[in-house]
Ligand binder design. Sequence first.
Ligand SMILES: [Zn+2]
Length: 210
Amino acid sequence: MRSCPEYSTTIEDFLTAQNYLREGAECLDATWTSFFKKAKLPFRKPGMEFISKPTKTRACGNMDGFWGGAYCQDTQGLVVLVDGWMLEYEGTPFLFYVLAHEYGHHVQQRSGIIKAHYKLMPKSTKAAYKWHARLELQADCLSGAFLRSIWASTGRDSHDWQQLLTYIKEDMGDPTHGGGKSRAAWTDRGFKAGSPSVCNTYKAPASQVA
Ligand SMILES: [Zn+2]
């Protein structure tokens, strides 16, 4: 994966966050476009919308009650909501992690993983949640692999990475995405490898995707 700089790191409000996300988006586009090219797979960039409050979006329709980020496979577009909650993570690459996670879903879409995922989705709600967590944890792993590719050029250190993992562990767990501990572990796994090759959550034992 190529590296590209994280240009502006001061995020104070929606506007600066939006600029930050736009720069990150360019970096994600470049990284994944070249990755797909090397793998000789067709690729198309996702649509991206950054919003400051829950509203109607092109990619995902009405986003009332929505939190953080979303990827909508029908339109192949992603949305990131930058509200007060998100801005509390100022000074860490948390926003970038959210963006890279949603972009990870687009990578899953373009590579046929989402289609296969829904085809094999179990019927019972409980089993479906567990199955879905594998998709989410893979997106975390893809996010980590991507973040590794920019880390050296950002001037961030291992302390910043550990801080991000702590936020993920403490705040990001839920039944459909996996527990916070698993989310942090898969993000870190992708980061350590710096490659999506370690991101096969579908082959992982249940204990790692709980
Ligand atoms: Zn997700």
